[in-house]
Design a protein. Sequence first.
Length: 160
Amino acid sequence: MPDFAPPPLDDVDRIMAIMACAFPPEFGEAWNRRQIIDSLLLDTVHYALIAPDGTIAPDRIDCAAGFYLSRSVLDEEELLLFAIAPEWRRRGLGHALLIQFITRTRQSGKKRLFLEMRHNNPAGVLYAAHGFRPIGLRPRYYRTLNGDRIDAITQELVIE
Ligand SMILES: CC(C)(COP(=O)(O)OP(=O)(O)OC[C@H]1O[C@@H](n2cnc3c(N)ncnc32)[C@H](O)[C@@H]1OP(=O)(O)O)[C@@H](O)C(=O)NCCC(=O)NCCS
């Protein structure tokens, strides 16, 4: 028996709908559908969707306003994608989804959370408010559509 199961395609559709509008195209951060499906075949990859009313439960959500995707490596969890659709921003949904991510990760016994963030991404304000701290810089890590390079900031949250 395989130790993986295909992800619910309804949820892949919901993730891709947010992906299409949430990430500024010039930074090339969005993943394609194949990347999402392949990643969700791994039992080390997790996701959650959040509804406009703040409900976080993938199987009960018809309309998703945001999602995250993360990956476990030993006692660490890396946040790979995190987004709220533009029409639902600045209502606290990003805050609520990040709390769910941190709580779920803590409950699974992980000790450290990581993420990579484009330098000057406003999301940094949200991450800092939840205790993430910059621990490294990858110079010229992201390439924009016009060829410019942008540094990546590695952020860490140590779970007490
Ligand atoms: C980052 C993102 C997820 C925030 O989602 P959100 O639902 O708007 O976040 P919230 O409403 O919970 O904001 C919580 C706090 O974060 C900060 N914040 C969020 N967006 C901000 C912005 N654009 N500029 C400055 N601060 C911001 C504020 O302190 C905000 O509190 P306030 O609204 O009371 O001032 C959303 O802007 C997004 O999807 N961005 C594009 C994708 C992306 O860059 N993801 C991160 C990749 S590392």
